[in-house]
Each structure stands twice: as C-alpha cells, then as structure tokens.
Design a protein around this ligand. Sequence first.
Ligand code: CP
Ligand code: NVA
Length: 312
Amino acid sequence: LNQLRGRSLLSWLDYTPQEVLMLLNLSKNMKERYYLGERYIGVHQGKTLLMVFEKPSTRTRISFETAAWQLGMKTIYSNPQELQLGRGETVEDTARVVSRIVDGIVARVFNHSTLIKLTQHSQVPVVNALSDECHPTQVLADALTLWEVKGKVNGIKLAFVGDGDNNMAHSLIAIGARLGWDIRIVSPKRYWPSRRYIEDAEDLGKRTGAVLTVTETIEEGVKGVDAVYTDVWVSMGMEKEAEERMKLLKPYQVNQGLMNIAGENAVFMHCLPAHRGLEVTDDVIDSSKSVVWQQAENRLHTAKAILAALIR
Ligand code: CP
Ligand code: NVA
C-alpha cells in the first residue's frame, strides 16, 4: 500500500491492476471494521481535506465528508464561487496556495483538464470526485458491490447500457480492464466511448483477460451478463444536448423487457441519481435484482480506503 501514499486519483488509467486490487481489499477491510463497530480509524488525525465541487453532489460529497471525519480529518467544502477562483484567480495559483495548507483535495469539475492543472500544481493528492471524462471513485464502490453480490472480483460480465461516452462508461471500462471483466458497452454509435479508454482496455486485456465489446445491439450486449448498469442520459454539463440525447437513447431504457433478455443472473446497477421512467423504470430499480442502495452504501467505505491510502 505504501506505493499509493501521496498519489492523486484522476483516472484508473493511471493505476495498475495490482493497485486497484489493493484499494479494493482495503475498502473491504474498512467495511468489515465498520460493521464490527470500528467506525473511527484516526489515521489522518489533525489533517484537513479541501473539497471543491463545481457541480451538485449527494453521494460523493456525503461519503467523502463522512469518510474524512472517520479518519480524523476536518473537511472544508466549497463551490468555486465562494473561493477567489470565482473572481478569476487561476486554478494553478489556487492549487499552489491551498496545497501548502491542506493535506488533500477532492474536486468535482466540468472539465477534466481542470483536475490535471490542479494536480500539476498541487503538493498534496487530488482525488477526482467526477469530471466530464470519468468518475473513478464511483466504480471502486461498484467493484466492491459486485464482489459482494457475485462473490468474485475478476471475470465479471457487465453490460453498461445507455450513454457509452460518459464518465461512468469510461470508468467502468477502465476498472473492468484492470480486474479482468467482460465489459459490454451497449449504446448508439453516436455515444460510443472515447478511443483512449477503448485502446487502454484492449491493451490491458492481453494481461488481465479483460474483454471489451462495444455494440448498438441490446440483445448482443446484455444476454447472460452478471450485471446491467445504466446512468442518466443527460449528464451534468450536457443540458444543451438534452433533446437529442433523449431521442437517441430512448430505445436503451433498462426496463423489465431488457432485464428478461439479460437473464436470471443479472443484477441491476446505477450510480444514481436515477431518472425514473427515463433510463430505468421503477419496476427494475425497485426490484429484488437491484443493488443500487448497496452501491451507494459502499461509497463510504471506498472513500475511506482512498483517503486512508493516498493522503500523506
Ligand atoms: N453517484 C454519484 O456520484 O452521486 P452524486 O452526484 O450524488 O455524488
Ligand atoms: N454521468 C452522470 C453521473 C452522476 C453521478 C453525470 O455526470 O451527471
């Protein structure tokens, strides 16, 4: 674990399979200790975590604030408008200043490039709490959830249905490539994932056994999978494209019909917030196959593992 100390987490592309496994194991350990009554693990006592969020958040904010507290840290939460960033101080200067004061930064941004600038000029680790490119902390919780419900870390067959070019699709591909998953992105061609993530998965797959399929066909993508995953059709920041996205993605709604094609083994997953009646129907998200609340719960334990391991 020592090799992770001081590292930032912007994308799983920057992590080896072994490092992902270390964080997954630590997450499981954090959760077990929590259930045994050991919530407080004060390994970062006296330290401070700055959380800057350009967009709203329920799960990520609440889990990182709680995780930090349970590790002994104080958190400072702010939107950029309340900082001098809102009046034009640069991201670079902000990073130089705050990283001389706090011990870690968790940031949710519109443009992934903001995270890169922040990290380049920060002396302390930066954790991506969601960008337009990827959402790494969410999928660590998803991998933990799949481990719990399927009893295995490797070889998970997962179909992501919907907007294949969004942050969730990219992060599922990246973590799945490291954990040797059979990943299917089921999406209209217009929204296929970015080349970088596809190429990384093809490359790593040779070592980890991961396979990536990108298809427009629901039948081909979801038949026989362990999990069907979906996400909103219009991500935060994409509101201008709402009309077109609603139209093109409508055939990819996860409803009981699609779950029937997937088959008996398939659990339903969603990072949340869900737009009921759009990407998923009530009967699916509220069914006994749905593990969405367990995913949300696991945000806490994985956030704790990430902070415990990365903060110096
Ligand atoms: N899943 C997720 O990241 O949710 P929030 O936007 O509420 O943080
Ligand atoms: N793709 C969604 C994920 C929300 C957690 C968005 O970016 O809005």
